[in-house]
Design a protein around this ligand. Structure first.
Ligand SMILES: C[S@@+](CC[C@H](N)C(=O)[O-])C[C@H]1O[C@@H](n2cnc3c(N)ncnc32)[C@H](O)[C@@H]1O
Length: 225
């Protein structure tokens, strides 16, 4: 597939803000208890299924990838921003990171035990989310788990002029309704395990949703058909 045009803006913007993002973003151990618990549950499910490594797609500077390694799974990171990958490699030399896009993963079919998309799908124009979710489904082994976490809303489309550290950025972002994301995951072939919706409060600026889902095994598919 030829690269979708929005990716150039995402790459360039995250290359520009990478250093400040890495300095500003909370380490996963400093996240709120519910967000941490979803990462822990995801890692436990992946470990129990014993189906393969975990791709952290849109891994940024690799902090969450490293957190997953600490939870006993075998993660690697992929990001469209070469600068983010350079930072991740520098910070975590024992882990593997590569430049790539979730719209066309360079990963074989059924190869992964898990996929984490942690605040990384919101720059994808909604009409391209089915492409991304199809890639997640293609590369996960049957029985493998997906954890998708991000801001949700009423379908707002934002074009911030500046981001992390006040740098000019040209990316766009979308806050889709929770139900719409759940439906898109279902349409891509995922079975939902759990959904966590966190309302904004004094610590949380925007509404967050976490979707824990899996790719059904052949047995599960035959039971439900
Ligand atoms: C807000 S950061 C999140 C980074 C990390 N997951 C975290 O939680 O700290 C979003 C990251 O997603 C990456 N990203 C956005 N679209 C992507 C795509 N299509 N393929 C791979 N990475 C992408 C960006 O380059 C950026 O590093």
């Amino acid at each position: 597939m030829t690269e979708p045009s929005y990716l150039a803006a995402v790459r360039e913007s995250y290359d520009t803000v990478a250093d400040d993002y890495a300095a500003l973003v909370k380490s996963p151990s400093a996240l709120d208890p519910l967000s941490r618990s979803m990462l822990t549950a995801f890692a436990e499910l992946v470990r129990a299924s014993g189906r393969g490594p975990v791709a952290d797609v849109g891994c940024g500077p690799g902090k969450v990838t490293a957190h997953l390694a600490g939870l006993g799974v075998s993660p690697f990171g992929i990001d469209v921003s070469p600068k983010m990958i350079e930072l991740a490699r520098g910070a975590y030399p024992g882990l593997h990171f590569s430049v790539g896009s979730m719209t066309a993963l360079e990963i074989e079919d059924d190869a992964l035990g898990g996929i984490l998309a942690h605040y990384s799908t919101h720059h994808t124009p909604p009409e391209l989310l089915p492409v991304v979710f199809a890639e997640f489904h293609r590369t996960l082994a049957p029985g493998g788990h997906l954890l998708l976490v991000g801001h949700v809303g009423a379908g707002e489309h934002r074009r911030p002029a500046q981001a992390y550290g006040g740098h000019p950025v040209s990316f766009e972002s979308y806050r889709l309704p929770t139900d719409q994301l759940a439906q898109l995951l279902n349409q891509a072939g995922f079975s939902s395990n759990a959904q966590l919706v966190q309302e904004p409060d004094e610590d949380l600026k925007w509404k967050i949703a976490s979707f824990l889902a899996h790719k059904p095994t052949a047995e599960e598919t035959s039971l439900t058909s």
